[in-house]
Design a protein around this ligand. Sequence first.
Ligand code: NZQ
Ligand code: ZN
Length: 391
Amino acid sequence: MNNFTFYSPTYFVFGKDEENKTGEYVKRFNGSKVLIHYGGGSVIRSGLLDRIKKSLDKENISYVELGGVKPNPRSGLVYEGIELCKKENIDFILAVGGGSTIDSAKAIAAGALYDGDFWDFYTDKIVTKALPIGTVLTIAAAGSEGSPDSVITKEEGMFKRGATGEALRPMFSILNPALTQTLPAYQTAAGVTDIMAHLFERYFTTTNDVEVTDRLIEALLITMINEAPKVIKDPNDYQARANIMWAGMLAHNNVCGVGRSQDWASHDIEHELSATYDCTHGAGLAVVFPAWMTYNMKHDIKRFARLATNVFNCKMDNDNPESTAKAGIQALKSFLKSIGMPLTFDEIGAKEEDIPAMAHSACYGNKRTGTLGGFATLTEEDVINIYKLML
Ligand code: NZQ
Ligand code: ZN
């Protein structure tokens, strides 16, 4: 295991009706003038936004609103939010929604305290200062409610890139699983896929002797495989929703990633798909991951065989571990298909002729330096080959 530091100070508030205490938590973290940030309207339709406003009113906290965050959030609204914060002297940002809304809120929080262009953070600058953020989560997926990361798409060039910095971890996150019961099945399944992807990105490591995090990852993956079919069958299954929601947080606040190298090439490869075709991030990952696994299995066949046996219940073939590894990838594909996820380019509207441009952007766009991945180092040519496996 490698040396590490880990500080994850977010205050989590979990369970039924807890969103009605939002005002109390904003006050606890010294918010007096709040920007409420939300997406395309699900929080209006569900009545959640009204409940949040009532809870702020109860604590005499004033607020302004900025809605309209799109999935795969864009830089345009971030610039608007930064201006609004400066004009209104905002001292706290409250994100009500999913990963896209939280990421947009984080970008605004960083940009509001920075003299330059906020996009610098999505190129190579670490975020060290940001307005405090709180979240009320409505979908289990991105893990942004506990992560120090934010992913934004810059409209000029359509670069989808991440920023990071401990200052981006939310002060508090309110997780009521019941709020996720209104999700369409496709979004639920895409969320499950994203959670699993965050675990795979950490599982595929070059660090030896990381049994504790290996076991945590395996446990969370098994949980997703067991719980996801329950919520696809019955969207109102509160207990299954609860297990998925907490797993989503644990998968990405890095408790499972400390002390080990991680990969993240699949996310970079997917971000080109969601930037180019505006597909749902989790659905893009369902297409990318089996292809990435097939291409990179050769780098550590034992690790792939371990995933197959420990998570997907495949039988170990000691004479031919490659066949066990392949059976694991096949089991992953069957699982993804069973929850309604796509597996090919066609199914997400992606086109073969765009492969060279996407591979180039993934490896060199927005000042990148040529290779991707911490488990297997991928060149532009490797990335092209991986995209081709998705056709
Ligand atoms: O915009 P509204 O109307 O709210 O609708 C959303 C949106 O259309 C809808 N939705 C959310 N909660 C709902 C609901 N509909 C009904 N009932 C509810 N309770 O679902 C759609 C998707 O929402 P979005 O916020 O985009 O989902 P998600 O949480 O999957 O976020 C995806 C974004 O997160 C980024 C992805 O790249 C993508 O841009 N990621 C962020 C990470 C991070 N910050 O740490 C890590 C991830 O790897 C990921 O890259
Ligand atoms: Zn993700």
